[in-house]
Design a protein around this ligand. Structure first.
Ligand code: PAF
Length: 282
């Protein structure tokens, strides 16, 4: 079957196409993904098109960011379907390397941002953000795009990528894209595909607790009491684990005991066997 958009599979081929566009005077946006694309990913492409003339996306299920026992093997994969969605959203190129291309024998480098990866999700996913930083550093350096777009649902990931890009003088500008939600408020995620209908209904407790906690804090309830009420709400919905419900500074991700400008409410927990994350601005 012919692909609805050109696919390249090596960093050199990606770089050559991006460079050719840039030499022709075009600004290029890059959208890294792990595939299993939904409307949230397509919004990243849309954001890229607002910022640049052409968009290239990548699909690579990065083994280095999955811990032992996580869902690397069952992570949904559908390259042909994803390519069609990307083409429909206005993307012009797909970079889809295989694992041996990204991590050939002898590969021995890791990118580790210190501090930020130890907080929030990092407490229960040790090493996860080192894998993310490593693959994103490789992808950004291979593409050499003008801007790169990442979703705000992974707020901690975005903060880490911004820190890394600044620290490593990566010239690509990092842009965040607002969370896309289903009509009932559940943030879109490739992992929502794992949820049964019953789990899907109960998962709504997470975004609803975020909203209720935010409203309570804005109405003057002490942060600790508002968070405790939010936690009770999530647990009552049958989450088997609540990893955190925290008010943090949006940049440093440090926990806040009182509301302040730039604060972000962050939540993560497990419903059934599926781990979900979400966040909202205060
Ligand atoms: O957010 C994701 O899909 C991944 O973590 C990313 C940024 C593509 C790196 O593998």
């Amino acid at each position: 079957m012919t692909s609805p958009l050109p696919i390249v599979r090596t960093p050199a081929a990606l770089r050559a196409q991006v460079r050719a566009w840039q030499l022709a005077g075009k600004r290029v946006a890059f959208v890294p993904t792990m595939g299993a694309l939904h409307a949230g990913h397509l919004a990243l492409v849309g954001k890229g098109l607002e910022q640049a003339d052409v968009v290239a996306a990548s699909i690579f299920v990065n083994p280095k960011q999955f811990g032992p026992g996580e869902d690397l093997d069952r992570y949904p994969r559908d390259e042909a379907g994803d390519a069609a969605k990307l083409a429909g959203a206005g993307c012009s190129l797909l970079y889809a390397p295989d694992v041996a291309t990204m991590y050939p024998p002898g590969f021995a480098s890791f990118v580790r941002v210190s501090g930020l990866p130890d907080l929030l999700c990092g407490r229960v996913r040790p090493g996860h953000f080192d894998g993310v930083a490593t693959v994103v550093a490789k992808l950004l350096s291979a593409a050499g795009a003008d801007v790169a777009v990442f979703g705000e649902k992974d707020w901690q990931q975005l903060a880490i990528i911004r820190r890394m890009a600044a620290d490593l003088d990566i010239a690509t500008r990092i842009i965040g894209c607002a969370i896309v939600r289903d009509a009932d408020g559940l943030a879109l995620s490739s992992r929502n595909a794992y949820l049964s209908a019953d789990e899907r209904a109960r998962a709504l407790a997470l975004p609803r607790a975020l909203v209720a906690t935010r409203d309570a804090i804005l109405a003057g309830m002490p942060v600790a009491a508002a968070l405790a009420a939010g936690e009770r709400r999530i647990k009552a919905a049958g989450f088997v684990r609540l990893d955190y419900l925290e008010l943090v500074d949006g940049e440093s991700l440090h926990s806040l005991g009182v509301a302040q400008p730039g604060a972000r409410l962050m939540g993560a927990g497990v419903i059934g066997t599926t781990r979900l994350i979400d966040n909202i601005a205060l």
